[in-house]
Design a protein around this ligand. Structure first.
Ligand SMILES: C[C@@]1(CC(=O)O)C2=NC(=C\c3[nH]c(c(CCC(=O)O)c3CC(=O)O)Cc3[nH]c(c(CC(=O)O)c3CCC(=O)O)/C=C3\N/C(=C\2)[C@@H](CCC(=O)O)[C@]3(C)CC(=O)O)/[C@H]1CCC(=O)O
Ligand SMILES: NC(=O)c1ccc[n+]([C@@H]2O[C@H](COP(=O)([O-])OP(=O)(O)OC[C@H]3O[C@@H](n4cnc5c(N)ncnc54)[C@H](O)[C@@H]3O)[C@@H](O)[C@H]2O)c1
Length: 160
C-alpha cells in the first residue's frame, strides 16, 4: 500500500474525546480558522497562540469560546495539553512546537509538513450519530470529496 511520501505506515484512526481537555493551536491563520469549529464542536478547551489571527479566531476569542494568547510561540506553551497543532507559516516555529509536543508525548499535527507530525486531520462529516473521518495519504481534496460522498450516502440511507 502507498502511504504517501515519507510514511511507511498509515495513520492509526482514533476518535479523540476532547471535551474539557486542553488543546493548543500555535499559529492562528487560515488553517487554524478552518479547524477551529471542529475543536469547539468537540468541546475542547482551546488555546490559540499567535501574534496575528484570522477573523474567525478573533470572533471566537471575543465570544469567550477560546483563550487567545496574542504573541509568538514560547517553549512551555503546550504545558498541560492533550493535543496540539503547529499551524504557523514558519517551518522553524512549527518544528519547535513539535519538538515540545514530542518531549511531552502530546500528539501534534504539523500543518506544513505532515509526515514529521504525530497526527493528521481528516476530512470530517456528521450525519445523525455517525461521524465519518477520511484520510487519503495527504491528498486533502480527495479526502474531502470522499467525505462528501459518504455523507451523501448516509443521508440517502436515512431517507430510504
Ligand atoms: C482534509 C482537510 C481537513 C482539515 O483541514 O480540516 C486537510 N486539508 C484540507 C484542506 C487543504 N489542505 C491544503 C490546502 C491548500 C490547497 C491545496 O494545495 O490543495 C487545502 C484547501 C484549503 O486550505 O482551502 C494543503 C496541504 N495540506 C497538508 C499540507 C502539508 C503536507 O501534506 O505535508 C498541505 C500543503 C501546504 C503547503 O505546501 O503550503 C496536510 C494535511 N492536510 C490534511 C487535511 C491532512 C491530510 C488528510 C488526508 O490524508 O487527506 C494533512 C496531511 C495533515 C494535517 O494538516 O492534519 C482539509 C479539507 C477540508 C474540507 O473540505 O473539509
Ligand atoms: N494542513 C493543511 O491543510 C494546510 C493548508 C494550507 C496551508 N498549509 C500550510 O500551513 C501553514 C499555515 O498556513 P495558513 O494558510 O494558516 O497561514 P497563515 O499565514 O494564514 O497563518 C499563519 C499564522 O501563523 C502565525 N505565526 C507566525 N509566526 C508565529 C509564531 N512565532 N508563533 C505563533 N504564531 C505565529 C501568524 O501570525 C499567522 O496567524 C503554511 O506553512 C502552509 O504551508 C497547510
Amino acid at each position: 500500500m502507498n502511504h504517501g511520501p515519507g510514511l511507511t505506515h498509515p495513520p492509526y484512526p482514533a476518535g479523540l474525546v476532547l471535551a474539557g481537555r486542553r488543546v493548543v493551536v500555535v499559529g492562528g491563520g487560515h488553517v487554524a480558522a478552518r479547524r477551529l469549529p471542529a475543536f469547539l464542536e468537540a468541546g475542547a478547551a482551546l488555546t490559540v497562540v499567535s501574534p496575528e489571527v484570522d477573523p474567525v479566531v478573533r470572533e471566537a476569542a471575543d465570544r469567550g469560546d477560546i483563550t487567545l494568547v496574542e504573541r509568538a510561540y514560547e517553549p512551555g506553551d503546550l504545558a498541560g495539553a492533550w493535543y496540539a497543532m503547529a499551524s504557523t507559516d514558519r517551518p522553524a516555529v512549527n518544528a519547535a512546537v513539535l519538538e515540545e509536543a514530542n518531549a511531552a508525548r502530546v500528539f501534534c499535527v504539523r500543518a506544513d509538513d505532515a509526515p514529521l507530525g504525530t497526527a493528521w486531520t481528516p476530512a470530517v462529516g456528521h450525519v445523525d450519530e455517525t461521524t465519518v473521518a477520511v484520510l487519503s495519504n495527504r491528498d486533502p481534496a480527495r479526502s474531502a470529496r470522499t467525505r462528501d460522498r459518504l455523507v451523501a450516502a448516509l443521508r440517502g440511507d436515512r431517507r430510504g
